[in-house]
Design a protein around this ligand. Structure first.
Ligand code: CP3
Length: 376
């Protein structure tokens, strides 16, 4: 439908750069807005595609990935300020050699997760001929194709899962309530856990660089299970790898905005500012925006290499189950709590399959109206 175009040199001129400007800490006439999981099962047009095609088939077919990425951009015409490439964080464990299935109604399932340190042998090794770029070339093709299809309407975001979150899936074999298997690795097989986290980091870092080469204009890293770790364990098992990945990407592309979403880890705001090179910190709803703004500003002031940090977030996604007037008042409150510093409006986590698409529209319209009025 959108054709296929894998030329990553002649992209259309960008017409809406609000997201990129805000992510670089520049003032904008209103706050840019997009939503995590904006392409997904809450959209009937997405479900229609999924009836015909397996989840990972959609990820692996550039024309389909482009179509699904474009769905919310078309539906909310002019209201979304960024597109995020349709894919999944679990394409990295697949590339590393593990089988991952998407079980309808249940989520991701690894038939053979990593169980003991011996299982490390089952992973592809970067030092033994494994190429991230050839394994994940289908994502690059989807990005290049989508960037053309977007025709400069909004910037295209690439993304990846962060090492601890990916390791948790690879060891648990799916979602988990207690993370007992993955944490057994952290605390019983610590050396192997660090080796695994390091190997995932190398793959993720190369993958993010490849996404920019393919046409991604900004990147987000999802550490969705950060909140399962104590602050002490976040400092040992997550933060150093986040820092390493950010430094690697920045060494290749210093001007490409990088966002970290470490869900449940607002205790680590200062460390993310002072010990990593991320430009944007995405917040979940468990911290008030004004509190986060103050903490980030004071952490940044003590660090001369930090010129700005932009915050992103953070409406509780379940507020979209409320009546439109509640969505409007709570979204307005959120925007006011971010104040006049540049921020990117978003939800505090992703869209859910049971959300009403028209309720997301209320959120998007309210961000436009409120932040434009605040900045006049
Ligand atoms: O619109 C977008 O945000 C782009 C696409 C995207 C998907 N997954 C599509 C998807 C992105 C950015 C992700 C990231 C992702 N995937 C994360 C990090 C973000 C977060 O929510 O914390 C995680 C933890 C995953 C792993 C994953 N993939 C789970 C747990 C599930 C099942 C549960 C769920 O939320 O749907 C998936 C499947 C998935 N990924 C779907 C979509 C649209 C639905 C699957 C289907 O169509 O059957």
């Amino acid at each position: 439908k959108d054709g296929e175009n894998f030329d990553n040199t002649n992209f259309p001129v960008l017409k809406n750069d609000l997201y990129l400007r805000a992510a670089r800490g520049e003032a904008t006439e209103r706050a840019p807005v997009w939503c995590m999981r904006q392409a997904g099962r809450y959209l009937p047009e997405f479900r229609a595609i999924r009836v015909e095609h397996d989840f990972f088939r959609v990820c692996r077919t550039p024309a389909l990935a482009t179509e699904v990425t474009m769905q919310p951009i078309r539906r909310y015409d002019g209201l979304l300020d960024a597109a995020i490439i349709f894919s999944d964080i679990l394409v990295v464990p697949q590339a590393m050699g593990l089988v991952v299935e998407m079980v309808p109604g249940k989520g991701p399932h690894f038939p053979e997760p990593l169980q003991t340190p011996d299982d490390m042998q089952r992973l592809q090794d970067l030092h033994k001929g494994f190429s991230v770029d050839s394994e994940l070339d289908y994502v690059y093709k989807a990005i290049t194709n989508t960037r053309h299809a977007l025709a400069g309407r909004v910037p295209l975001l690439g993304f990846a899962g962060a090492p601890w979150t990916l390791m948790a899936y690879m060891v648990e074999g799916g979602g988990s309530k207690t993370f007992s298997a993955a944490k057994t690795w952290l605390f019983k097989y610590s050396a192997t856990a660090h080796e695994l986290l390091g190997r995932i980091s190398a793959v993720v870092a190369a993958f993010l660089v490849g996404q920019v080469r393919a046409g991604a204009q900004a990147l987000q890293l999802f550490e969705s299970w950060a909140g399962e770790l104590s602050p002490r364990d976040f400092a040992e098992f997550s933060l150093p790898y986040l820092a390493r990945i950010a430094a690697h990407v920045k060494s290749h592309f210093p001007d490409v905005p990088l966002t970290i979403f470490a869900k449940g880890a607002h205790y680590a705001l200062e460390q993310l500012v002072q010990e990593t090179a991320f430009d944007v910190i995405s917040l979940d709803w468990t911290i008030e925006p004004d509190v986060a703004c103050k903490r980030v500003a004071s952490a940044a002031s003590g660090n001369t290499s930090r010129h700005f940090i932009t915050l992103q977030g953070n409406l509780d996604p379940t507020l979209l189950f409320a009546e439109p007037e509640t969505i409007r008042s709570r979204t307005t409150e959120m925007c006011r709590a971010f104040g006049d510093t540049p921020f990117v409006a978003n939800l505090g986590h992703g869209m859910m399959p049971t959300h009403d698409p028209e309720h997301l529209r209320v959120f998007l319209e309210t961000v436009h109206e409120t932040t434009r009025a605040m900045r006049m």
